[in-house]
Design a protein. Sequence first.
Length: 214
Amino acid sequence: MNILVVKANNRPSTEAISSKMYETFMAELEGKEVNVTTYDVYEEDTPYFGQDAFNAFGKVQNGEELTDVEARLLAAKQKAMDAVTAADVVVFAFPLWNLTIPAKLQTFIDYVYAAGFAFKYDSKGNMIQLMTDKKAIFLNARGGIYSTPEAAPMEMSVNYMRNVFGGIFGMEIIDEVIIEGHQAMPDKTQEIIHNGLEEVKASANRLLKMAVTV
């Protein structure tokens, strides 16, 4: 089994719970019979997706020379696509920041959110998912409480990831571990984090059991 772990927080694990979730998950996989690759969105050279990308697409079609930014952007996009292509399971460790995902994770998604790669349209305009053979796991941390009916519509990180990777790409979301409320309830902070990290370990071991049966 090939596992791609996308790390989307550059804060240290002593301060950021999603970073601690990443480290905990990776520690459970260490030394096991799986191939694990980390794609750290903050360590990779990932120019933001915009007009430079569209200029580069046009230049490639016309055989024109690329600028440095355009060449970097196409190389980064290809690297992200290659990483997803090689993976059987993609694990995302990410925080909720300002009700959404970090900009660097959004850039990674922009790279792989491509017609003909993640999805396509048939002759009648119906969308067809192209990644139904892949699975996804979400490891998310949020200091507030967003699982209540009142707050859930405001949460644009896990909801967004579900819609993209499950809805558009067609990946099977096999696990979600969400640690929430550790800032909202300071008297229960350590208990919440401890229980959440135990569930991260359990998620990693469920994945390892799945790998044995593949």
